[in-house]
Design a binder for this molecule. Structure first.
Ligand code: CP
Ligand code: NVA
Length: 321
């Protein structure tokens, strides 16, 4: 289509008032909804946005491996008219985190950081004058949860009156899903082995958000009880990055929580299967479930791109000046 015929992107974009996404909590409930609406629009009409961040450069700092998060931020930056530069390795080893932040803000427009510790991403945000995005820490995975909420709405048309069951380790991905579900009115249950429950402070916060939306937020060790009525079943690796040394012990503890056909049968009829990926077949999920028609894992992976484009549009003030 000739350029003149492409309707330009609606501008200015709505802003994220906190200026960062260090955790899901940096978005208000209203901003979360706005972002997901924008993500749907970006997915429908990507060409309208192809110059929206012209000249903007992202710093990608990755302490841990990544396929989806890294690639989707790079592709997002390029498809919006900007670019992204990757640095891997420890943040704050060679020089203090505050110095890293104060260098990057002189050359680039936004920092995307995948860190072992939430403290590192928080410190980057404290010291950098440019926006900082959490690309997965030990505590949160907000970019993942955005794409997952987009994916579920595409299937259901909305979130209210639906139930998402997370089965596995109650850590970063579970925390982010719980906080977003509570604010979108989606019932959420976190089903874990004893000792792997989500952080109680995060559960309390989610329950407070849920007072507004009417969402039910539950935590249980019982798969049958938790899965009853669930319209979607979500799992994640048993040994997150940084916990690989516990893999053997976790394989034993989590065995009864494997998402297989029997476990899927405990959920509501036609329940979808979700996984943030990477997946370990025959560990947290069987091959027949992840490869089945109810599996949405590649829809989730695709939506990482669209949701993060919306996030970048709402954090950056249009093209470079
Ligand atoms: N889901 C996810 O964050 O994937 P990567 O670890 O490949 O980025
Ligand atoms: N919980 C996993 C998520 C990977 C995307 C981890 O932290 O390794």
């Amino acid at each position: 289509m000739p350029d003149a015929m492409i309707e330009p992107a609606p501008s200015p974009f709505p802003r994220v008032r906190s200026g960062d996404l260090t955790s899901d909590l940096d978005l208000t409930a209203a901003e979360l909804r706005t972002l997901l609406d924008l993500a749907a629009e970006v997915k429908r009409q990507p060409n309208r946005f192809r110059l929206a961040l012209r000249g903007r450069i992202l710093s990608l700092l990755f302490e841990k491996p990544s396929l989806r998060t890294r690639m989707t931020f790079e592709v997002a930056a390029k498809q919006l008219g900007g670019d992204a530069l990757l640095t891997t390795g420890p943040i704050g080893g060679r020089e203090p985190v505050e110095d890293v932040a104060r260098n990057l803000e002189r050359w680039t427009d936004l920092i995307v950081a995948r860190t072992f510790s939430q403290e590192t991403v928080d410190a980057l945000a404290r010291y950098a004058k440019i926006p900082v995005v959490n690309a997965l820490s030990d505590r949160y995975h907000p970019c993942q949860a955005l794409a997952d909420m987009q994916t579920l709405r595409e299937q259901w048309g909305g979130w209210r009156g639906r139930k998402l069951a997370f089965v596995g380790d109650g850590n970063n991905v579970a925390h982010s899903l719980m906080l977003d579900a509570a604010r979108l009115g989606l019932d959420f249950v976190c089903i874990t082995p004893p000792g792997y429950e989500p952080d109680t402070k995060i559960v309390q916060m989610a329950r407070q958000f849920a007072v507004e939306t009417g969402a039910l937020i539950e935590v249980t060790n019982n798969t049958e009880e938790g899965l009853r009525g669930a319209g979607a079943v979500y799992t994640d690796v048993w040994a997150s990055m940084g916990f690989e040394h516990e893999a053997a012990e976790r394989a034993r503890v989590f065995a009864a929580y494997q998402v297989n056909r029997e476990l899927m049968a405990m959920a509501g009829p036609g329940a979808f299967f979700l996984h943030c990926l990477p997946a370990h077949r025959e560990e947290e999920v069987t091959a027949d479930v992840i490869e089945s028609p109810v599996s949405l894992v590649f829809e989730q992976a695709e939506n990482r791109l669209h949701a993060q484009k919306a996030l970048l549009l709402m954090l950056l003030d249009g093209p470079a000046h």
